[in-house]
Design a protein around this ligand. Sequence first.
Ligand SMILES: NC(=O)c1ccc[n+]([C@@H]2O[C@H](COP(=O)([O-])OP(=O)(O)OC[C@H]3O[C@@H](n4cnc5c(N)ncnc54)[C@H](OP(=O)(O)O)[C@@H]3O)[C@@H](O)[C@H]2O)c1
Length: 237
Amino acid sequence: MAVIDKRVAVVTGGNKGIGFEICRQLAERGLRVILTSRDVARGQAARQKLSDEGADVVYHRLDVNSDESVGELAHYVEAEQGRVDVLVNNAGILIDESGVGVLGTSLDIFRKTLETNFFGALRMCQAIAPIMQRGHYGRIVNLSSGLGQLDEMGDGTAAYRSSKTALNALTRMVSTAVSGDDILVNSMCPGWVRTDMGGPNAARGVETGAETAIWLAMLPHGGPSGGFFRDKAPIPW
Ligand SMILES: NC(=O)c1ccc[n+]([C@@H]2O[C@H](COP(=O)([O-])OP(=O)(O)OC[C@H]3O[C@@H](n4cnc5c(N)ncnc54)[C@H](OP(=O)(O)O)[C@@H]3O)[C@@H](O)[C@H]2O)c1
């Protein structure tokens, strides 16, 4: 088994948007980044762009909805890279119909949304956290949203909101499950960011949207775990 002497990060949904920017910024901080995407051509094009900038980025296909795909990725990183130091659960979908609210949203939309935004992250944690435990180090960053805050829960985008609330609960559970090793697990909200999901009118660019995720990915020993952050500061659940 090859073991490299620099930290290795896995980013889900790395082909565009905030995930792509997270790949770029982690590489800038000296990590080897495994940029993953469900579509090979889009992912390879994104990897090429970062490689052209001089980043140490490797591509691997990953559909977080698939047990097989997640299993293959986990096997690849442990066999070929020998370690995973950072996992960024960034992949997400927002497929709610506008204006229908919780009472009008089909169970199918709820199921599909939870499949990616919650079960996808759960699959990744179950596959990757044991590798981190074997290495006695890890940083897991879950891309959540203020829309998942119970504190400010409303009726719109009900499936998306539910998925992010569930993701936040997952953050707390995994944080507890891995305590004892130097593995820190946190949720973050990037703010409203100009991406395909956020739309062109969003207030923030991807550089700002990625900042808190990078901060959490690089936390020193003894840093927070089981928290929810925006702009590097705790926010209510
Ligand atoms: N933008 C915002 O304002 C905002 C605000 C709060 C939270 N967030 C969260 O931040 C994260 C990134 O959002 P974004 O704005 O960058 O969204 P985006 O531009 O729509 O990108 C989403 C990424 O997730 C990938 N993805 C979706 N389903 C997947 C699957 N089953 N397996 C693997 N990858 C999958 C997409 O791949 P494809 O290209 O193949 O579709 C894409 O790479 C999401 O979790 C989102 O909920 C965003």
